[in-house]
Design a protein around this ligand. Structure first.
Ligand code: ZN
Length: 496
């Protein structure tokens, strides 16, 4: 039997929307299945050997973290498009619908070529792992074979992921469209069974790669296609093999108006059997696509009824702040969503967003929240920057805060994202019994990130952690991510 992985040092994780946990001198044990077996905080170095002895692990090798190093839970990217990574940093002059036509669809059409797909996907998985993304919700292209390759590459790379092929049979260029609803659904079923056939790392661990049904957005799907996908979701649920769903919602005014126009017509023709409330979110609900495993990206412009629909169906929202700013879509009101108890995570939305890591999304989410409060200064005081005292027992009134506080931002990036994916009992923080998806962060100057001014002389042996963590969030990058583990297995980072 393989030895457990024992780490000794500092860690930071999210306990709730309002609370970060900072632990020093923590001794953490990860078993051979990648599960956190136990965690003992505040162990003096003179007591490490005796704690190991008590745990029956006398003499087991311990990896000691030094000052300036700490463990963080891995990041969760709840919305990205794997085939669009080669477009990163291009097309920022467009808004959504023109950007799709001029930048996105021509690129994705190239993924008909399986060899090209493999080459791109291997680089995407490596790059995002090195940026600390331990779980990613991927949109593939519309192609079945290439999306199978994406699932294979994610699996082989050791990343945790949800992989879906785009469903799109309407309002797309003739060179990049599926021939019929039935063909689209058949390919989706085939992808689901391919992903479920990938071997698990161990009998006790959660499958690393899971399928996700991916109607690109309502505009690109006919009513019969959405109906077929909704039927698939229902039949999977009835079979006890619930499958996740991801799509876009309320990103851009032109998109919303076009969606309503299309589905008003479908509704008149009797194409929406379960009734429709006239909203964009209502389109998905009428076809049975909203539920607790549904991830809705963007949600920049939501009507009151849509917020209620999302809350009622317990769907979650992927906040994609860099993309929303880059394509001038707008500022999603995350504080209001959180106040209502809606699940929210962060998404890069590559390549609507030009950065493929989640650290930068934390910063953009902060900027977005500041823009919202600056646009309505009367409702937001200039301080405090931390949640008010009642936050200890309840959700803070985010709409009265001048910005989203750091504990909330980090929650979105980790535990909040895990909830969106239905993985909050599996990953998201260092609770005992969860799988070890983690980063070893190193603030040291020798890492080569000149933007991060961490002073080893300050803060004593323990007092540096809180300030160092904050510095990493705002000025860190992949050079500071030394190691990346998924399910206890070392899969990325600068030291790999
Ligand atoms: Zn997207």
């Amino acid at each position: 039997m393989a030895s457990p992985l024992i780490l000794y040092g500092s860690l930071v994780d999210s306990i709730s929307l309002t609370h970060l946990r900072y632990l020093s001198n923590a001794l953490i044990c990860i078993n051979q299945h990648g599960i956190i077996d136990w965690l003992v905080p505040n162990v003096p170095s003179s007591s490490v050997a005796s704690v190991l002895s008590e745990k029956g692990l006398k003499g087991t090798q311990v990896t000691q973290l030094k000052k300036g190093q700490f463990l963080s839970p891995g990041f969760i990217d709840t919305h990205t498009h794997a085939p669009q990574h080669p477009n990163l940093g291009t097309g920022g002059q467009y808004q959504l619908l023109d950007w799709l036509e001029n930048v996105t669809f021509p690129r994705e059409a190239r993924f008909k070529d399986v060899d090209y797909s493999r080459k791109v996907y291997e680089r995407v998985v490596k790059r995002t792992l090195d940026l600390g993304t331990t779980t990613s919700c991927y949109y593939g292209s519309l192609h079945l074979e290439s999306t199978k390759v994406l699932a294979d590459v994610v699996h082989a790379g050791g990343q945790r992921g949800f992989v879906g092929k785009c469903n799109m049979d309407s309002n797309c260029p003739s060179t990049y469209i599926e021939p019929s609803p039935s063909a689209s659904i058949a390919d989706t079923v085939s992808l689901i069974s391919h992903i479920r056939s990938l071997p698990a790392s161990s009998p006790t661990s959660t499958p690393l790669v899971q399928p996700i049904i991916t109607p690109r957005f309502a505009i690109s799907c006919s009513a019969p296609l959405l109906q077929g996908l909704g039927d698939l979701v229902r039949s999977e649920k009835e079979a006890g093999t619930e499958v996740a769903v991801q799509t876009h919602l309320g990103e851009n005014h032109g998109e919303i108006a076009f969606t309503k126009e299309i589905f008003a017509g479908a509704n008149e023709r009797g194409g929406m059997k379960n009734g429709w409330d006239g909203s964009y979110a209502g389109v998905y609900e009428s076809f049975g696509l909203l539920g607790e495993r549904t991830i809705l990206a963007h949600c920049v412009h939501l009507e009151e009824t849509e917020l209620q629909t999302i809350k009622r169906t317990n769907s979650g929202i992927s906040h994609c702040p860099t993309s929303n700013l880059n394509l001038r879509s707008g500022c999603a009101k995350v504080g209001e969503m959180l106040e209502r108890g809606i699940k929210v995570g962060l998404g890069t939305d590559c390549s609507g967003g030009y950065e493929s890591g989640i650290l930068s999304q934390i910063r953009s989410a902060s900027t977005t929240s500041k823009l919202i409060s600056m646009a309505s200064p009367s409702s937001a005081p200039s301080s405090p920057e931390t949640p008010p005292p009642e936050a200890a027992t309840s959700t803070p009134r985010y709409s009265t805060l001048p910005q989203l506080p750091l504990p909330t931002l980090f929650h979105l990036a980790t535990l909040g994202g895990a909830s969106l994916c239905g993985l909050d009992k599996v990953v998201g923080n260092f609770e005992v019994g969860k799988e070890f998806d983690a980063l070893l962060v190193d603030l040291g100057e020798e890492r080569g990130n000149g933007a991060l001014w961490f002073d080893e002389e300050e803060g004593g042996e323990e007092g540096w952690l809180e300030g160092g963590f904050e510095q990493w969030i705002w000025t860190g990058d992949d050079r500071n991510i030394a190691k990346v583990w998924v399910q206890g297995r070392l899969v990325g980072g600068k030291d790999l």
